[in-house]
Design a binder for this molecule. Structure first.
Ligand SMILES: *Cc1c(COP(=O)(O)O)cnc(C)c1O
Ligand SMILES: [Zn+2]
Length: 414
């Protein structure tokens, strides 16, 4: 680990590591529930020290970590596959499309990265209980890492979270409290619980190490891309923490003199859960009135990290785009059929976004484009079912099989 301080993303004030835990104490006085967080903290490292010590021959990623390795939970996270997909590129009209498949984490989403680091921090602080509000994945990730680390996870989720995610949390041994309300209600409730009962809160962006944890996906992309910076990274965006984390990775690398430019970040949101998109396009923040989308992981009315996310997108030279639920389901099936990667609806939004960008001047067709796949499709089979038809069973005779296949061929089905 390299020394770091926390810096407020709003007022710029710096704090020693153990002087603060969550938001900037000054700026968060203006925070109330119902608006994005104010005063989200960002870890600022000793970049001069990293510049002197970091070696590509023997990369020591602990230099970019805000928690010492000795506190890491015993559940390996990350190091997920990064590969080029010619077939999907051809289909979408781009020559150089890559996939970072973070659905292959232990609990099957990128959220494991954030939970890993926050649980490491809980080890350091000797906190036994970790509390979180989540649309589903952050909670299943926290439950998984807590299981490995012998910690108690207390989780507030909207009662309509996909079943597989709820099942995961419970199997991992978490205490799960389904809430009659939205994710935004669960978020508020978790803060109220912590204020009264203590424990460490893992809410996204509220705990600054959620951003640091998610940052590791950006560092990995750089390494797996043979130390080159991709031209653009498409990021499915709800609260805006993943996109801020990816940006932070490349900002850290640039500050350490290891790269000279940033990748453009493309924020992909669902049409009805578009608060960050609207903010990027208009400069004016408004909650999404009815964040109703099949992509539950990016369904949020009040994105907690809206301010930092907007800044990350603009600073990177990127932009934002929205897609409909129908486009998301089509993206999911295109991705699966062309690459063998089954992704949940949230991240299928990036495939839909790329499809929409074909022919626009915003992405060049020979640029290196990375699709960040953040969660596994098996987490929400009900959603995927809406985009497909399950074939009826046939009698177990070859004759019946042939009749059935002929009928399907007639309809243009497989
Ligand atoms: C949480 C999540 C996102 C969105 O990340 P934010 O930090 O909320 O923007 C995207 N995809 C999946 C699968 C997720 O679980
Ligand atoms: Zn501040």
């Amino acid at each position: 680990m390299t020394k770091f301080v926390y810096q407020c993303s709003n007022c710029g004030k710096r704090y020693q590591r153990d002087e603060v835990r969550y938001l900037c104490p000054l700026c968060s006085r203006d925070y109330r529930s119902g608006i994005p967080l104010i005063g989200v903290l960002s870890a600022q490292f000793d970049y001069g020290a990293i510049r002197r010590k970091f070696s590509k021959v023997k990369p020591d990623w602990n230099q970019f970590s805000a928690v010492e390795e000795k506190f890491y939970p015993p559940l390996p996270v990350g190091n997920t596959p990064f590969f080029k997909t010619a077939a999907l590129g051809n289909e979408l009209g781009f020559d150089n499309v890559w996939i970072k498949n973070d659905g292959l984490n232990p609990s099957a989403s990128l959220k494991d990265r954030a939970s890993f680091l926050v649980v490491a921090e809980a080890n350091r602080l000797k906190e036994q209980t970790i509390v979180a509000a989540s649309t589903g994945n952050a909670a299943s990730a926290l439950a998984a890492v807590c299981a490995a680390a012998g910690k108690r996870a207390l989780i507030f989720v909207p009662e309509n979270a996909p079943k597989a995610k709820l099942v995961q949390m419970i199997l991992y041994g978490a205490t799960v409290v389904p809430v009659r309300g939205t994710y935004d209600d669960a978020f508020r409730l978790s803060l109220e619980y912590n204020a009264k009962r203590g424990g460490l809160n893992r809410n996204t962006a509220y705990h600054p190490l959620t951003i640091e944890g998610k940052k590791t996906v950006g560092l990995e992309i750089w390494q797996q891309n043979h130390w080159r910076v991709p031209d653009a990274i498409l990021v499915p965006t709800g609260d805006g923490v993943i996109i801020s984390g990816v940006h932070k990775a490349f900002c850290d690398l640039k500050a350490a003199g290891l790269i000279s430019r940033l990748p453009r970040l493309v924020c992909a949101q669902a049409e009805k859960s578009n608060a960050i998109h609207h903010y990027v396009e208009s400069g004016i923040y408004e909650n999404a009135a009815h964040p109703d989308t099949i992509a539950d992981s990016i369904s949020v009315s009040i994105p907690s990290n809206a301010h930092m996310a907007r800044q990350a997108i603009l600073e990177s030279g990127g932009f934002s785009i929205t897609v409909s639920d129908a486009e998301i389901l089509e993206g999911q099936s295109t991705l699966a059929a062309k690459t063998g990667v089954f992704a949940e609806p949230a991240c299928s939004a990036v495939v839909a976004a790329l499809k929409k960008l074909r022919g626009s001047k915003r992405l060049g067709h020979s640029e290196q484009i990375v699709l960040l796949i953040t969660g596994h499709g098996l987490k929400d089979v009900d959603a995927a079912m809406r985009g497909i038809h399950l074939p009826k069973a046939v009698e177990p005779t070859l004759a019946a099989v042939e009749v059935a296949l002929k009928a399907r061929a007639k309809k243009g089905a497989r």
